[in-house]
Write a protein that binds this ligand. Structure first.
Ligand code: SF4
Ligand code: SF4
Ligand code: SF4
Ligand code: FES
Length: 973
């Protein structure tokens, strides 16, 4: 574990395939055309001094430190902005250049504080390095003249400092904010000597548009922009490469440490999902891992009204095992089950489903992915033959038209949003289909060509109407469809979508979107034409020289509906009919919410599927697992999460092992979930905090954070990356070790001593993972499944290249069925839900960081007209009532939502957002219809009765925990 120094080549890599040869300091170098002389010199082993250049952003050429001499050319051009040419002879280290560079450095240093020894960046400062590199020993100008040494610090951001006195106005931060992040929060204000970096309108960072992604901090060559943890704790001494544990982008990070203490997380430049970029969560919001609220001792109690008692791991595991055995003896083998977590590693998830199937002896295993992307599994499985996104994130750089539906990447998948915005700034077209005016619709230097602001619950109508236009106006790719898709399904589907009742005009009343807009968007997606007019594929190819690439990105705004699976299939149909599957720049891409949603589905967490999406009913597959695991598996699927709840309330389901998932806060109809848990006799919760579900538990097993264990996560691109242990588990055991111990106590032996052995078993039993090994991931950085003998060594970047996984692509008729959640006189508004950048999922982690400075409560967004009708003012408390329950939030009046629609986030348990969501769910997968709940909203003066009861219950449970800790402290345990 040494500090991994990443080489900064000064300018970005050229993508050209044409090679150019030149001579630098006597050495011949061959590099791609378009490479800067600076980068070519690095390739040849000659480091040219630089300050304003960094390989994360385009060269700017302002510091004049990187000067070179080129034979036959006058002057001393900047090597960062001068591209290579065949035959150039370059000198980087002449006496003349040395003198010039020393002069430049002298000027910089004369306006820089001389506090290197006490500066937070001592040892990590490029200015300091360059002063050494050019041999600067004295500064002739003195420090008495005008300078910036008294410039004020901006400490407003909780994670980084801006110390203007140290700024050399190199512009790297400004370019990082523009090019890498795409926020454009920074500028250089003033001219000449007065030039300075300013955030927003020369305001503190926290008041500007800054989203605290940290790109500017990473880019800054001095201590001007610096992490506060480095200033407080000192420079790290070693680093370990790992993977972010927040969203499904799966950014690679270097955990930079001193001993076992994390000093900072810096985005990994070789991380293929993020290529050196990050968002505020992964970059800065990791302090929860050592928060005082971490529960690190196992605890047990007989009833949830009893205080907790801290016990040893042995006692907790023995108690849980004896309870599970007792329940199975009394109520039958199917009376218990388990829930795997999309936050845990693949190895841990695999073990929990194995524990349920082999040690519990049933298939009652489900995952929190049930409540987010289970329709993706079903929909893409039916149409294409496998449940996964078709592309890499990088592929978006080849897209001509990007269609974003039911996803808000700027908030939920920010690093991918930055990539997408980069492509949009280069000229790609954008269609947004969303009930809200999300940031992408009108972001800095990005405007949607079409925003189809549909009513919640009408995705299938909208997608079918788009298909209608493509089919009836002849915008389809007939040759692709004939070659790649199933004939019968095509004919049936074409006849269906072409019907007049599926036209944009016919659906206008349902979706609320003018038909002309829908027609324009369909034409744009199919043919790349943004002016709203039709253009056949042949004409589009003739105009552009190739067929335009249309890519679809979607999120929970598609899946979390009564017709979630239908909408996924409608998306798959659209991509197939336009020939947009199977190459770079196109495809169907589900944006996964949590870090390992893809992995938890891959690992066999659904009750009907073994790892690799193989149905439990298949005798051959079952026989393979029977043999490997030494058991006889049940052949029938077990209970899904909602079925577990119903069975619990019916007195048939009595025990649950829930790892890393907070079902009370995240599942719909909170009161129903709580009642089900209360009806169980042994609820075992494994988590890092006493979460909402743990308050209903009888056994609490302390979980480990991603910093405390080894394993792998699989992101939304099917990319499997390593999670590496950087500190010992605070509780003594990693999550996988706790599962192993429980299994052994139940009498089903598991003998793993390292997660690598678990991955070896996964690879041996799962054809799509057959080529996955830790050694390979360590060597290549990551691999993408399918990864086996039939694929490249690194697996499969683009799916369905020559044929679909299922053979021929299958079109499926997508009949629109209006949601049961209809507006009525009693519930006249539609509530929809979503996420916000600074918080993550149920908020358990991010609420315990400074991220709450951006968002410290869930609020209800309501259109000013609807607010006026009800006498609601901005900031008022409002009661939100549905047929499931009532809760109270403060109102935000905004035109981001349309009249008739209200919106909230769900990051705070006391908000009770899921008290009002109902039991309505996707017809195929039971994924809850979070995105459509009919509600009434009225001003109120006090919290709801649920919130008052929640407060009392929470206080009791917190007291039980505090008492247990105090008792343990007294007895010295
Ligand atoms: S933190 Fe990110 S958004 Fe904020 S100024 Fe820096 S680069 Fe821009
Ligand atoms: S803050 Fe840092 S990166 Fe930005 S101009 Fe100043 S020295 Fe350069
Ligand atoms: S939360 Fe997502 S986008 Fe942000 S750093 Fe982590 S993986 Fe990347
Ligand atoms: S590094 Fe080339 S001009 Fe600054």
């Amino acid at each position: 574990m040494s500090l991994i120094e990443e080489i900064d080549y000064g300018t970005p890599r050229s993508k050209s395939e044409t090679m150019v040869t030149l001579t630098i300091d006597g050495n011949e170098v061959t590099v791609p055309e378009g490479t800067s002389i600076m980068r070519a010199a690095m390739d040849a082993g000659h480091q040219i001094p630089k300050l304003c250049a960094t390989d994360m952003v385009d060269a700017f050429g302002s510091c004049r430190l990187c000067l070179v001499e080129i034979e036959g050319r006058a002057g001393t051009p900047a090597s960062c902005t001068t591209p290579v040419m065949n035959g150039l002879v370059v000198h980087t280290q002449t006496e003349r250049l040395k003198k010039l560079r020393k002069g430049v450095m002298e000027l910089y240093i004369s306006d820089h504080p001389l506090d290197c020894l006490t500066c937070g960046a001592n040892g990590d400062c490029e200015l300091q390095d360059m002063a050494g590199a050019v041999g600067l020993r004295e500064v002739r100008y003195g420090y008495a003249g005008a300078n910036h040494l008294g410039a004020a610090k901006d400490e407003s951001n909780p994670y980084f400092t801006f110390d203007a006195s140290k700024c050399i106005v190199c512009n790297r931060c400004v370019r990082a904010c523009e090019e890498t992040q795409g926020t454009f929060a920074l500028t250089i204000s003033g001219r000449g000597f007065e030039s300075h970096v300013s955030a927003g309108m020369d305001e503190p960072f926290m008041q500007s548009e800054c989203v605290s992604c940290g790109a500017c901090v990473s880019a800054c060559p001095t201590a001007t922009l610096q992490e506060k943890t480095v200033i407080e704790l000192g420079m790290p001494t070693k680093s370990v490469t790992t993977t972010c544990a927040y969203c499904g982008v799966g950014c690679g990070f270097k955990a930079e440490m001193r001993g076992t203490e994390v000093i900072r997380m810096t985005p990994w430049k070789d991380g293929k999902a993020n290529e050196g970029h990050s968002c505020v969560k992964g970059r800065f919001a990791w302090g929860y891992a050592t928060h005082k609220d971490r529960v690190t001792q196992p605890m047990i109690r007989a009833k949830i009204t009893d205080p907790w008692r801290e016990v040893s791991w042995d006692e907790a595991i023995a108690y849980a095992a004896s309870e599970f055995k007792r329940l199975q003896a009394k109520f039958g083998v199917n009376s218990i089950g388990g829930i795997t977590s999309s936050r845990c590693t693949n190895e841990e998830t695999y073990l929990v489903q194995k524990l349920v199937r082999a040690a519990f002896g049933n298939n009652n295993v489900d995952t929190c992915a049930r409540v987010c992307h289970s329709p993706t599994g079903y929909g893409l499985g039916q149409t294409y033959g496998t449940s996964a996104g078709t592309q890499t994130f990088k592929s978006v750089a080849q897209s001509d038209v990007i269609l974003v539906i039911g996803a808000n990447p700027s908030e939920a998948h920010p690093v991918f949003a930055s990539r997408m915005k980069r492509r949009l700034r280069q000229g790609a077209k954008l269609i947004v289909i969303d009930p809200r005016r999300i940031e992408l619709v009108d972001a800095a230097h990005v405007k949607a060509d079409f925003h189809l602001q549909l009513r919640p619950g009408t995705n299938v109508a909208m997608l079918t109407a788009l298909a209608h236009v493509i089919v009836t106006e002849g915008l389809d790719d007939a040759a692709y469809v004939a070659e790649r898709c199933d004939d019968r399904s095509v004919a049936q589907w074409r006849e269906f979508v072409a019907r007049p009742e599926n036209s944009p005009e016919a659906f206008e009343g349902e979706t609320g979107v003018p038909a002309a807009l829908v027609r324009g968007a369909a034409r744009l997606y199919a043919s790349g034409r943004a002016d709203g007019t039709a253009q056949s594929l042949a004409d589009a190819i003739a105009a552009g020289g190739r067929r335009p690439n249309g890519a679809i990105y979607y999120g929970l705004g598609v899946t979390e509906h009564a017709q979630g699976s239908t909408a996924v299939m409608a998306i798959a149909n659209l991509a197939m009919v336009t020939g947009n599957v199977g190459r770079e720049g196109v495809g169907v891409n589900p944006l996964r919410g949590q870090n390992n949603v893809q992995g938890s589905c891959d690992m066999g967490s659904f009750p009907h599927e073994l790892p690799g999406y193989r149905h439990i009913g298949g005798a051959e597959v079952r026989a393979q697992f029977d043999k490997a695991w030494g058991v006889t598996l049940q052949s029938e699927p077990g209970l899904r999460i909602p079925n577990m709840f119903d069975a619990a309330l019916a007195g048939e389901f009595k025990g649950l092992y829930c790892q890393g998932e907070d079902i009370v806060q995240s599942d719909p109809d909170t009161q129903h979930v709580a009642s089900a848990l209360k009806a169980m006799e042994c609820v075992v919760v494994q988590d890092i905090f006493l979460n909402e579900t743990a308050k209903y538990a009888h056994v609490f097993l302390p979980g480990s954070s991603f910093l405390e264990k080894d394993g792998t996560f699989t992101n939304a691109e099917r990319r499997i990356s390593r999670v590496r242990k950087v500190m010992p588990p605070l509780s003594g055991l990693g999550d996988w070790e706790a599962t192993v111990t429980l299994s052994n106590a139940l009498g089903y032996p598991m003998a793993y001593t390292h997660p690598e052995q678990i991955m070896q078993e996964i690879a041996a039993l799962t054809p799509t993972f057959a080529g996955v090994t830790y050694e390979k991931i360590d060597r290549l950085g990551s691999v993408q499944w399918p990864c086996n003998d039939a694929t490249d060594e690194a697996g499969t970047a683009i799916m369905h290249v020559d044929h679909f996984v299922r053979g021929k692509g299958r079109f499926i008729v997508t009949q629109y069925v209006p949601s049961d959640e209809k507006v009525t006189r009693k519930f006249p508004l539609l509530l929809t839900t979503g996420r916000i950048l600074s918080q993550y999922n149920v908020g358990a982690q991010t609420r315990r960081t400074h991220n709450s400075r951006w968002h410290d409560e869930d609020r209800l967004e309501i259109h000013p007209h609807d607010a006026l009708d009800r006498g609601i003012r901005h900031g008022d408390w409002v009661g939100i009532t549905s047929r499931a329950g009532e809760t109270v939030l403060r109102a935000t009046l905004t035109e981001r939502v349309q009249p008739g629609v209200v919106y909230t986030t769900f990051h705070f348990p006391e908000s009770g957002a899921n008290v009002i969501t109902t039991d309505s769910s996707d017809w195929a997968t039971n994924c809850p219809e979070y995105k459509v709940t009919a509600v009434q909203v009225m001003p109120v003066a006090q919290p709801s009765s649920w919130q008052r009861a929640y407060k009392d219950f929470d206080e009791d449970q917190q007291r039980f925990l505090a008492d247990a800790r105090q008792a343990a402290a007294v007895t010295g345990k």
